[in-house]
Ligand binder design. Structure first.
Ligand code: SER
Length: 323
C-alpha cells in the first residue's frame, strides 16, 4: 500500500521499539524516526532520522512534506513524575504536539494518527479494580489531565472532522532496550537493571502498590494491531482500555528471586507513591478484546525471564573487552 510513517519521539522507550518493529513490517526507508535529541545512538543508526520538535507545527509539517508522510505515531510526551515537577511544560508539550498532529490530519496533510493515552487518565474516585472503559475520570496529575483532555479532543476530531485517530490507554510498559524516563511505573524497569547489576533495589513505591503493567512486545503488538484494524472495528475514538498483568513491587521482587535468589529490595516511598495510589490496580479491556481482537502474551514470570536474560547479556557483553 506504500504507507509512509513518521514517528515523533522515536528516541524514547516505546518510540524506539515501535520504530524497529514498523521498519521490520513496512521497510526501513518507509519509517522515519524523529526526536529533538539524537542521543539514542542505536535508534539513530538504524535508519532515517530527522530532528523534529513536537511543539513546533512547522517542524512536523516540513518533515511530513519532505517524506510524503501519511501516518504519524506521536510518542513524544512528558510523563507523570516529571510532569509534576514541570506542570506547565508538561501541559504545553503534551497538548501542543497533539493539536499539531490532529490539525495536520484535519487539513489532509496526513491520513492516520496514533496517539497513546494512559492509565493516568483515571484518579482516586475511579473504581480501582478491573476499571471499566467508561467510568469516573478525575485525574490528579498534569500528565493524566493532558491524556484525559487529549482523549476528548481525539474523539472530537474524529466525529467532527473525520480524522482517523486511534489510541490506547497504555499501562506501565516494561522493556530492556531503551530505559523509560520520568514515569511512576519506571520502578518496574529499574528494578531489573539493578537486580542484574547490583542484586539490590531501593524501590520508590510501597511493597503492596498494585499497578497494571505490560511487556513491550505486547504493547507494540497492541499498537500495530489497532493501527491495522479495519476502521469500522475501531468504535472507540477516545482511547481503549488495554490490559495484560497487574502486580505489586513485592510480587515483582519475588519473581526476580526465582532467578536471582540473593536479590534484595528495600522500600523508600517518595512523591510518586501518591501518583501510584491514584491509579487503578487492574483494568477491564474487554472492548479492545471484543472489537479488534486484542490478546496479550506475557505474564509476570515470562516478563522476568526475558528481562533478566536480555539484561544479563547486555551488561555482561559490556564487560567483555573489545580486543
Ligand atoms: N508509565 C506512565 C507513567 O508512569 C503511565 O502512563 O507516567
Amino acid at each position: 500500500m506504500g504507507s509512509k510513517i513518521l514517528i515523533i519521539g522515536a528516541s524514547g522507550q516505546i518510540g524506539s521499539e515501535l520504530t524497529y518493529k514498523l521498519r521490520d513490517l513496512y521497510g526501513r526507508d518507509n519509517v522515519i524516526a524523529s526526536d529533538i535529541s539524537d542521543n539514542n545512538v542505536d535508534l539513530v543508526n538504524s535508519g532515517i532520522f530527522e530532528f523534529v520538535d513536537a511543539k513546533d507545527y512547522e517542524s512536523i509539517k516540513s518533515c511530513v512534506e519532505k517524506y510524503s508522510i501519511d501516518t504519524i505515531y506521536l510518542m513524544a510526551a512528558m510523563l507523570s513524575a516529571t510532569g509534576e515537577k514541570h506542570p506547565m511544560a508538561a501541559w504545553d508539550l503534551n497538548m501542543s504536539s497533539l493539536f499539531h498532529v490532529l490539525n495536520l490530519a484535519k487539513d489532509k496533510f496526513i491520513e492516520k494518527v496514533f496517539w497513546p493515552s494512559s492509565i493516568a487518565v483515571f484518579g482516586t474516585t475511579t473504581p480501582a479494580l478491573y476499571t471499566p472503559q467508561y467510568t469516573v475520570m478525575e485525574p490528579s496529575t498534569v500528565y493524566g489531565i493532558t491524556k484525559q483532555v487529549g482523549e476528548r479532543w481525539c474523539e472530537y476530531y474524529h466525529k467532527n472532522y473525520g480524522v482517523d485517530v486511534r489510541s490506547l490507554r497504555y499501562p506501565g510498559i516494561i522493556s530492556w532496550k531503551t530505559k523509560p524516563g520520568g514515569g511512576t511505573t519506571d520502578y518496574a524497569v529499574e528494578i531489573y537493571h539493578e537486580a542484574v547489576t547490583k542484586k539490590f533495589y531501593s524501590c520508590f513505591l510501597k511493597p503492596d502498590t498494585e499497578l497494571p503493567m505490560m511487556f513491550m512486545d505486547d504493547a507494540i503488538k497492541a499498537t500495530t494491531d489497532i493501527m491495522n484494524a479495519h476502521p469500522n472495528t475501531i468504535k472507540i475514538r477516545s482511547s481503549y482500555n488495554l490490559s495484560a498483568v497487574s502486580f505489586t513491587p513485592r510480587e515483582l521482587a519475588d519473581s526476580i528471586k526465582k532467578h536471582i535468589p540473593d536479590f534484595e529490595i528495600e522500600y523508600k516511598p517518595d512523591y510518586r507513591q501518591d501518583i501510584a495510589n491514584s491509579w487503578p490496580k487492574s483494568i477491564n479491556d474487554s472492548f479492545a478484546r471484543e472489537q479488534w481482537g486484542w490478546k496479550h502474551n506475557f505474564k509476570l514470570d515470562d516478563i522476568t525471564k526475558e528481562m533478566i536474560f536480555q539484561l544479563d547479556q547486555k551488561y555482561n557483553d559490556a564487560k567483555i573487552p573489545s580486543n
